[in-house]
Ligand binder design. Structure first.
Ligand SMILES: *[C@@H]1O[C@H](CO)[C@@H](O)[C@H](O)[C@H]1NC(C)=O
Ligand SMILES: *[C@@H]1O[C@H](CO)[C@@H](O)[C@H](O)[C@H]1NC(C)=O
Ligand SMILES: *[C@@H]1O[C@H](CO)[C@@H](O)[C@H](O)[C@H]1NC(C)=O
Length: 511
């Protein structure tokens, strides 16, 4: 009898073990999956990092999503494994032992270079980790490496293709080589989509998180300006730049957001101002079922610059998404009007003018604070590109934006006027629209609504929304007022849970 019971228990344990070991795969694993595998001793961070590095070796020659792998990633993984074994307090963080790729314009003070994809910054030395990287490390995340990007976050030339930079060359959309991978956080999106890493960080000035997230079928959060520190990020404009999570699920993106938000003395004004938006206990509680119930979502049919191409094809394509939102309890508010729409839209035109002047100031300041650098000013970068144009190492895309930016001379009368207009356009356009109609979010197809969000420092979340006839992915975007991340997360999570549109890229594209 005793033997029978003992062997029954043994059999049961064996069975349990087989079940446990056969049902975990790293591909498509979420942070929760990985943490639970860690705790059931089915996986170590070391194994996880080894897996990703081997995937990078296999896949990156095709997709060009990663610029550098951290030579210390395995060491960091072993350290995390030890901390978990010792039950160290640090090991309780959600991102503990989780590999993260950061866009190559985000500084890391380690063996990795921080170059924004340009050879001009290859021998530069940053003074310290970027604010967001410091937070990641404090919580035990593993910096796996640097993700590729449109060079200089696409502020070298608007003519350069998305996802191209001199160092990694042209990134490729894993859903089809003929599809635009979008930018500028191209590698951050592709590496996550193809399971070369668990999660990544991207940056956005106007569309650079939302667009590649949409194009590569992942979730991207573009946070309220200042919610995440921009210190140590190769800048375009402190008025618009923001750093955010790029992940396969809303839940993973929320874990990453929770890890990187908050005050940073090196970006003091903006991070102090935005820290009031961080909910007590973090964003996790907003991942709740029924998140769409009662949410008022604005839908701007026929207002191209607020996200809707006034074309029947786009509208038809998204009808089913609107129905899903309604069926899950959201209230769609249509036929919205923006008073003086034409004059508000014309104010958007000042964006490039403002960005050019801000870029020169901010970039020069960034280059000056580097410990070492072959270039110390925008003028140096332009000279570098001229000198190396035509060489194999620097493909000769123009640097027209650099040249325009170099002509600026601080924030003068014109720039001030442009910046003032952008603020007015936000106040009397997006903000008024949201408040007059008591909207929780504006819903827009793809990342078409990125500009109103960008110029006002408002947040947005892109969620996978399906695939075209040609298998090209597309997303849907929910944008809101400053600090509305809790509401946007509820909406995005509600939509994701109701649809589960995301599927990994087809294997055939990987061969
Ligand atoms: C694997 O199976 C176990 C036992 O059935 C379950 O508790 C666990 O959540 C599963 N893990 C995954 C990643 O599916
Ligand atoms: C950083 O760049 C240098 C070249 O200046 C290179 O030797 C080194 O391998 C790079 N670091 C990594 C981690 O790739
Ligand atoms: C949008 O398109 C419809 C149909 O083509 C047209 O009637 C309407 O005037 C357009 N709206 C705007 C604001 O252009």
């Amino acid at each position: 009898m005793m033997i029978a019971i003992a062997s029954f228990i043994l059999l049961f344990l064996l069975l349990l073990q087989t079940v446990n070991t056969t049902n975990f795969t790293i591909k498509e694993a979420t942070i929760d999956d990985i943490q639970s595998a860690f705790h059931q001793n089915k996986l170590t961070s070391k194994h996880l990092v080894q897996f990703y590095i081997s995937e990078i070796h296999k896949l990156n020659p095709i997709y060009k999503a990663v610029i550098e792998v951290n030579p210390d990633a395995l060491l960091q993984a072993q350290k995390a494994d030890q901390e978990r074994k010792d039950n160290a307090p640090k090991s309780r963080f959600r991102l503990h032992g989780i590999p993260v790729l950061v866009k190559d314009n985000i500084a890391t003070k380690d063996k990795l270079n921080t170059t924004a994809g340009s050879y001009a910054l290859l021998k530069s030395m940053v003074p310290r980790d970027a604010g967001v990287v410091k937070k990641l490390r404090e919580q035990g995340a593993i910096i796996l490496g640097k993700a590729s990007l449109s060079e200089w976050a696409h502020f070298r030339s608007f003519n350069a293709p998305s996802g191209w930079n001199a160092r990694a060359k042209q990134a490729v959309n894993p859903y089809g080589a003929s599809l635009d991978p979008c930018g500028s956080s191209t590698g951050s999106a592709i590496s996550v989509a193809t399971n070369m890493v668990t999660v990544s960080l991207g940056t956005e000035t106007d569309g650079s998180i939302l667009c590649p997230s949409s194009a590569n079928s992942i979730v991207g959060i573009k946070p309220t300006l200042g919610l995440t520190s921009r210190a140590g990020v190769v800048p375009i404009s402190p008025r618009q730049d923001t750093v955010g999570p790029m992940c396969r699920t809303v839940r993973d993106a929320v874990y990453v957001l929770d890890a990187i938000v908050g005050f940073d003395k090196n970006d003091a004004v903006a991070t102090r101002r935005a820290s009031k938006y961080i909910p007590k206990g973090g964003y996790l509680k907003h991942l709740k079922s029924g998140g769409l119930k009662g949410k008022r979502l604005g839908l701007m049919r026929a207002y191209p610059s607020f996200g809707f191409a006034n074309d029947t094809k786009t509208l038809n394509k998204f009808e089913k998404h609107f129905d899903i939102l309604r069926r899950n309890g959201a209230i769609l508010i249509e036929n919205l009007e923006i008073t003086n729409f034409k004059s508000i839209i014309s104010m958007f035109n000042g964006e490039t003018l403002a960005l050019e002047a801000e870029f020169k100031l901010a970039l020069n300041a960034y280059l000056k604070q580097l410990v070492a650098s072959p270039v110390r000013s925008l003028a140096d970068v332009i000279a570098f590109n001229k000198k190396h144009a035509g060489l194999e190492m620097i493909k000769e895309y123009s640097q027209d934006l650099f040249l325009e930016a170099e002509k600026t001379n601080g924030i003068g009368k014109l720039e001030n006027e442009a910046i003032l207009n952008l603020a007015k356009a936000s106040k009397y356009g997006f903000e008024k629209l949201m408040m007059d109609n008591k909207l929780d979010a504006l819903v827009t197809p793809y990342s078409d609504g990125s500009t109103p969000l960008a110029i006002g420092g408002y947040p947005g979340i892109s969620v996978p929304a399906g695939y075209d006839e040609n298998e090209g992915p597309y997303g849907i975007c929910f944008g809101g007022l400053k600090g509305s991340e809790p509401t946007l997360i509820e909406i995005a999570y509600g939509f994701e849970q109701a649809t589960k549109f995301r599927k990994p890229p087809p294997i055939k594209n990987q061969l």
